[in-house]
Design a protein around this ligand. Sequence first.
Ligand SMILES: NC(=O)c1ccc[n+]([C@@H]2O[C@H](COP(=O)([O-])OP(=O)(O)OC[C@H]3O[C@@H](n4cnc5c(N)ncnc54)[C@H](OP(=O)(O)O)[C@@H]3O)[C@@H](O)[C@H]2O)c1
Length: 302
Amino acid sequence: MNEQIATVFGGTGFLGRRVVRALATAGYRVRVAARHPEDVDFSDIKDQIAPVAVDIRNERRVTEAVSGSVFAVNAVSLYVERGDLTFDTIHVKGAERIARCARAAGVDRLVHISGLGVDEHSPSKFIRARARGEQVVCNAFERATLVRPSVMFGSDDAFLSSLKTATLLPVVPLFGKGNNRLQPVYVEDVAAAVVELARQAGGQGQVFELGGGSVYTYRQVLQVVMSHLGRRRVLLPVPFTLWRLLVATLSLMPNPPLTRDQLVLMQSDNMVGENAKTFADLGIDPYSLEDLLDECLPTNSG
Ligand SMILES: NC(=O)c1ccc[n+]([C@@H]2O[C@H](COP(=O)([O-])OP(=O)(O)OC[C@H]3O[C@@H](n4cnc5c(N)ncnc54)[C@H](OP(=O)(O)O)[C@@H]3O)[C@@H](O)[C@H]2O)c1
């Protein structure tokens, strides 16, 4: 065991809990930093885990969480704004706070999880905040590494389970004609990449775009999922103007199943850029969605 301390903000999340496990396997002592750090059962690796209750809006708590760490990861997310929890407080100010406190505490390496398609001019408030977040993190911690995953899938994900639900309908609506391209990435591959970045003491200050082994159109993703589940459904193109009306109505719900920001993402391709650093630069051969459907979307479950 290397006995070095790593802090994972958002360490109970879909990605964060895999990062915690992968870092523990690599020998780190891991601080699981979240508002409810006991939400995930890490009892099998409890000797290497320290839960730390932190809200990243609280400077003192963030400082305590990074004190003595060599490596920190920000895998905190917020997809829907609620009250004080806004894209600005979490993805910009919170991200900046983690970077600044990590720098002040002498943390050697910081990985900031962002997302493919960040764009400061996007019509989506979420995507604009992610772009600003990247900028403020790099200003506060010059050699921070930015990791931009594509949409992630795994055994308990939101992506495949929402597609599974959508294919219960006799007619499945497409976003436009369903021709936008995606590169779904296995969440465990992204966690492995983060651990590789923890090891690379010299390789900081870079941007990695992480996509899975295959690119699909949204229509193809649905076809792959339907064929796996043994469901035959009609795929119906639906213009984005109709989707926008639907999303405006759904926005009245506390947990809308589709947000305006997700709709913006579905209007363009979401793939790794041609000149980006990616899994290949970390010696990782990423899985494709089809490789893991049996594991991530069992046909005998609900
Ligand atoms: N999921 C995807 O397909 C996808 C794709 C591309 C990029 N990403 C990015 O990957 C990152 C991780 O996403 P995810 O889907 O794994 O997120 P997630 O499952 O929603 O987990 C979010 C984590 O953040 C913690 N958190 C939320 N608000 C917090 C706060 N104020 N202070 C401290 N901790 C807080 C949560 O724990 P508590 O609630 O206990 O605080 C939880 O541990 C995000 O940056 C996301 O944008 C995700």
